[in-house]
Design a protein around this ligand. Structure first.
Ligand SMILES: [Zn+2]
Length: 339
C-alpha cells in the first residue's frame, strides 16, 4: 500500500485544510510561518497554527496525502538499502543508544518478558524491535509506511512487518503488551484515531509508549523555523505536554507517566540547519564546490565546539527542568474501578 492513490496526477504543492484532529475545531491562530523542507530542499513553505478550541498545533494548510508521499520519497530509506551499515540499522552507535534509553524508560513502568509481543509503529529498520528481542526475548511486530526501510529491516523468526497505516491494517485486537510510537505520532494524519486503534490492539495490562518532539522545549523559540524537530513537512502535528495528554485521553487511554527525554543533539543540528540555510549551502548529500566543502568543514568545527560547550550543559539543565525538545508519554487502558 502507498500513501498515493494509483493513477492520480499529483502536484507536490497540493494542500488541504481540515478541522482540528483533536477537537474538530475550525478556528486557528498562526504560531509559525516560513518553515521549509531544509533537509530535502523540496518546494513549499509551511505555516503552523494552534487550534483555539484545544491548543493542538498542526501544519495548516497541510500537504494532501498524495503530496506527502512525494515529500517522503527517499526521505528515510533512500536508495542505498542494500548496503546499510550496522549503525544505520540501530545495532551500533547512536541509534542503539537512543533505543536502549527508550526501552530503559519504558521498562520502569512495564517490563517486557519473553511471552510478550511488542508492536512498534513507525519501526523503520526495526532497531527498537531488535534491541527489545535481544533484551527480553519478546516477539516483535513492526509497522511502517516506508517499504524500502521494511525491505532492509532486521529479519528474525520473532519479527514480522506490515507495510501501511496502522488504522488500515486490521491487526488482531488485544494482541500486544507494548505498543510504541517513537517519533511517529507527529507524522500521523489522524493521531487520535491512530491511538484509538492502538487501544483496541492493547492486551490486558499492556502499555502504549509515545515519544514526540515537544513544542514547549526551550530551544524551539530560539531556533524558530530552523528548529530541527519541526521536520517540515513530514511532521503534521506539534504537541505540547498538555495537547499530547489530551490526544491520549481523547482516545480513551489513561496517562501513567510523562517526562522529558535527554537527547543532546537538537540545538547543534538546528544550528547546522540555520547556518546551512543562511550561507546557501546545498542540501545534505548534494554536490558541493571546493569552497563549499571548506566552508562545511569550518561549520563542522563550530558545531563540534557548540555541542561540547553549549548543547551538553544546556540539555542537562533543560532535562532537569523537564523542558527538552522531546518527551515520552506512557499510557494504558483505564483500569476497571473497584466495587
Ligand atoms: Zn482542537
Amino acid at each position: 500500500m502507498s500513501l498515493q492513490p494509483p493513477g492520480a496526477a499529483v502536484n507536490i504543492l497540493d494542500r488541504e485544510s481540515l478541522p482540528c484532529a483533536l477537537c474538530g475545531g475550525e478556528r486557528f491562530v498562526v504560531v509559525l510561518s516560513g518553515a521549509r523542507d531544509w533537509i530535502g530542499a523540496r518546494p513549499g513553505e509551511f505555516t503552523l497554527a494552534r487550534c483555539e478550541g484545544c491548543g493542538l498545533i498542526a501544519t495548516r494548510p497541510r500537504p494532501t496525502r498524495a503530496a506527502l508521499a512525494l515529500y517522503y520519497e527517499g526521505a528515510y530509506s533512500g536508495s542505498g538499502d542494500a548496503g546499510l551499515a550496522e549503525h544505520e540499522l540501530g545495532v551500533k552507535g547512536p541509534g542503539r543508544l537512543v533505543n536502549g534509553y527508550r526501552l530503559h524508560v519504558i521498562d520502569q513502568l512495564r517490563k517486557l518478558g519473553e511471552n510478550d509481543t511488542l508492536l512498534d509503529v513507525g519501526c523503520s529498520y526495526g532497531g527498537l524491535m531488535w534491541l527489545a528481542r535481544k533484551r527480553a526475548g519478546c516477539a516483535t511486530v513492526g509497522v511502517d509506511l516506508d517499504e524500502g526501510a521494511l525491505n532492509a529491516a532486521h529479519k528474525h523468526p520473532r519479527a514480522s512487518y506490515h507495510h501501511g497505516v496502522l488504522t488500515e491494517l486490521g491487526l488482531e485486537a488485544g494482541r500486544f503488551n507494548l505498543i510504541t510510537f517513537m517519533e511517529c505520532l507527529e507524522h500521523d494524519l489522524s493521531p487520535v484515531e491512530t491511538l484509538r486503534e492502538a487501544k483496541r490492539l492493547l492486551a490486558e495490562g499492556g502499555v502504549i509508549a509515545i515519544e514526540v518532539p515537544c513544542w514547549e522545549g526551550l530551544w524551539r523559540p530560539i531556533f524558530g523555523r530552523f528548529w530541527l524537530p519541526l521536520l517540515m513537512p513530514q511532521h503534521l502535528h506539534h504537541f505540547s505536554p498538555a495537547s499530547l495528554r489530551a490526544c491520549v485521553e481523547a482516545a480513551g487511554l489513561e496517562v501513567i507517566d510523562q517526562r522529558a527525554m535527554f537527547f543532546p543533539a537538537e540545538a547543534t543540528l538546528s544550528l547546522g540547519q540555520a547556518l546551512g540555510a543562511a550561507l546557501g549551502l546545498p542540501a545534505p548529500g548534494a554536490a558541493q564546490s571546493a569552497a563549499q566543502r571548506v566552508l562545511g568543514g569550518v561549520i563542522g568545527l563550530v558545531l563540534a565546539l557548540f555541542w561540547l560547550f553549549v548543547e551538553l550543559p544546556a540539555q542537562l539543565l533543560m532535562w532537569l527542568l523537564n523542558r527538552t525538545g522531546h518527551m515520552m508519554l506512557i499510557a494504558r487502558a483505564p483500569q476497571a474501578s473497584p466495587r
